[in-house]
Write a protein that binds this ligand. Sequence first.
Ligand SMILES: NC(=O)c1ccc[n+]([C@@H]2O[C@H](COP(=O)([O-])OP(=O)(O)OC[C@H]3O[C@@H](n4cnc5c(N)ncnc54)[C@H](O)[C@@H]3O)[C@@H](O)[C@H]2O)c1
Length: 193
Amino acid sequence: MGASHVRGFVAEGANVVVADVLEQEGWTLASELGDHPNFYRLDVTSERGWAATLAAAEDIFGPVSVLVNSAGIVRFGSIAETEPAAWRQVIDINLTGMYLGIRAVLPSMRKAGGGAIVNISSKIRTRTPAFKKPKTGAPAKPNFKGWATRHPNLKITRGLAFAHAKNLLALRSVAHPATARPTPKAGPALRAS
Ligand SMILES: NC(=O)c1ccc[n+]([C@@H]2O[C@H](COP(=O)([O-])OP(=O)(O)OC[C@H]3O[C@@H](n4cnc5c(N)ncnc54)[C@H](O)[C@@H]3O)[C@@H](O)[C@H]2O)c1
């Protein structure tokens, strides 16, 4: 999904910095798109990593005006089956990673005179899945770790929209529909300006 965002932004003429833990895939995407995008290895759970990536992006292109927080992982299993390390990993990447990214980019967006932050979430941010999947009738897999990160994603996005209403920031929490559809249905728009 991140790759399709990058391609979309480049097609619109934007200067794009691609960041991911997957170096090979990141460089492949960057090279496919010509001179525009640059790749940086970023672990979104690292405050230092965010600072370095933002500094690099500013050096090349100037203040950053758009951040798409798309990094995330999904791990299924009930609470009883979930080891604390796995729980922490999902919270760290899906939630703390988003927080660190927003925190890192805000000063740059102020310099840019405003900006937009898109936090990719999941349809489970507002809905608990049915016990049976409607199409197959199979029991839904428990995903407590995902549920624990997706609703806060929406709340944090709304809180940011409220807090930055005067800073010309546009905030949006987008629900990933958990299908291969190329254009996810957008959640409620939270234009804060
Ligand atoms: N695919 C789905 O059905 C689905 C459903 C609900 C929510 N989501 C969420 O939507 C977002 C995009 O999903 P996708 O389908 O593109 O998933 P994906 O697995 O294809 O992409 C997620 C990307 O995040 C990167 N990533 C993981 N941990 C990272 C870390 N610590 N630092 C930096 N990058 C890291 C991965 O390397 C990967 O490139 C994710 O947040 C995902 O959890 C996806």
